[in-house]
Design a protein around this ligand. Structure first.
Ligand code: AMP
Length: 316
């Protein structure tokens, strides 16, 4: 795998590269990221992974400085997955002096993560993703459902700005006990990791409620809230929204996103599940229907999970 640090160097390396797949990351890679790389490897001739801790999507009081960074380890993991190119630019390469442009996607960006982290968050995300798409000009780009709202924002941006890249959203990879993998899990002390299981337990409680035929938002949210409370967690938000456009919903109706954020120790964690009524319902971790991802049998993802890709492919 070749590491490139400038736009010119990456573009030169991509000449005649055939079908290109891009996986944007902020590094501190885990099996969630690697599941995206594996899919890109299956589908594309050349796999580019970007590693850039994008400062513009962090608020002033957030963890930009503390964010875990280990490029050597990340590069070794990517090399082992057969990635072709690592794009790891310095901040000034992407934001040279005088940088003055940003992409703002209205509506979808104000709520949930946008409300909690400020308007700048998704502006920073949309801007850097559009830059990466323009730099690498990939045929396909791969994202995780773990950041569900981000995927909706990017799909909307791509549709509105006529970005020709195919956008793929892959299921959230979890530890066997249900915890969604996240680079920020590195902040958790052992006791806090136990407490963090409350997030996935809350999503499972919501799924169980729906499986019993209780579809009202109040019943579903109450079940989730009570799991969070028994883990000693107070959600920053816990919301049932349309999985297509994030509008609030009164009941689970087949394409409903349950999204939550909570602080555990010094980590701010997010998780979500797409709830579906009846037999379509998926499971969050610890379920009977799971398939291992690639070479890591201890990391599991729900095989039958209904994903945002199914629901919003090309539409949001
Ligand atoms: P990040 O490095 O956190 O910006 O994430 C880079 C990409 O990996 C994003 O598309 C995330 O949604 C995705 N990702 C992060 N965690 C997971 C996970 N547990 N499962 C699947 N994808 C993930």
């Amino acid at each position: 795998m070749k590491t490139t640090r400038s736009v010119a160097e990456l573009r030169a390396a991509l000449e005649g590269a055939g079908r290109v797949g891009l996986v944007p990351t902020m590094g501190a890679l885990h099996e969630g990221h690697l599941s995206l790389v594996r899919r890109a490897r299956e589908e594309c001739e050349t796999v580019v992974v970007s590693l850039f801790v994008n400062p513009t999507q962090f608020g002033p009081s957030e963890d930009l400085e503390a964010y875990p960074r280990d490029e050597t380890r990340d590069a070794a993991l990517l090399d082992a997955e057969g990635a072709d190119l690592l794009f790891a630019p310095a901040r000034e390469e992407l934001y040279p002096p005088g940088f003055a442009t940003s992409v703002r996607v209205s509506g979808l960006t104000r709520e949930l993560e946008g409300e909690a982290r400020g308007d700048e968050h998704f502006e920073g995300v949309a801007t850097v993703v559009l830059k990466l798409l323009n730099i690498a000009r990939p045929d396909a780009v791969y994202f995780g459902q773990k950041d569900a709202q981000q995927t909706l924002v990017i799909r909307r941006m791509a549709r509105d700005l006529d970005v020709p890249t195919r956008i793929e959203v892959l299921p959230t990879v979890r530890d066997p006990d249900g915890l969604a993998l996240s680079s920020r899990n590195a902040y958790l002390e052992p006791a806090e990791r136990d407490q963090a299981l409350g997030l996935s337990a809350a999503l499972r409680a919501a799924e169980d409620t729906v499986a019993r035929g209780e579809l009202s938002a109040s019943a579903v949210l109450e079940a989730a809230r009570s799991e969070l409370a028994s883990a000693g967690l107070e959600p920053e938000y816990l919301e049932l929204r349309s999985a297509e456009d994030l509008t609030p919903v009164e009941s689970v109706n087949g394409s409903t996103l349950l999204a939550l954020a909570a602080r555990v120790g010094r980590a701010r964690l997010i998780d979500n599940v797409v709830l579906a009524s009846g037999a379509q319902a998926g499971r969050v971790g610890r379920s009977a229907a799971r398939a291992s991802v690639g070479r890591a049998p201890d990391r599991l993802v729900s095989a039958e999970h209904r994903s945002l890709n199914d629901l919003t492919g090309g539409k949001a």
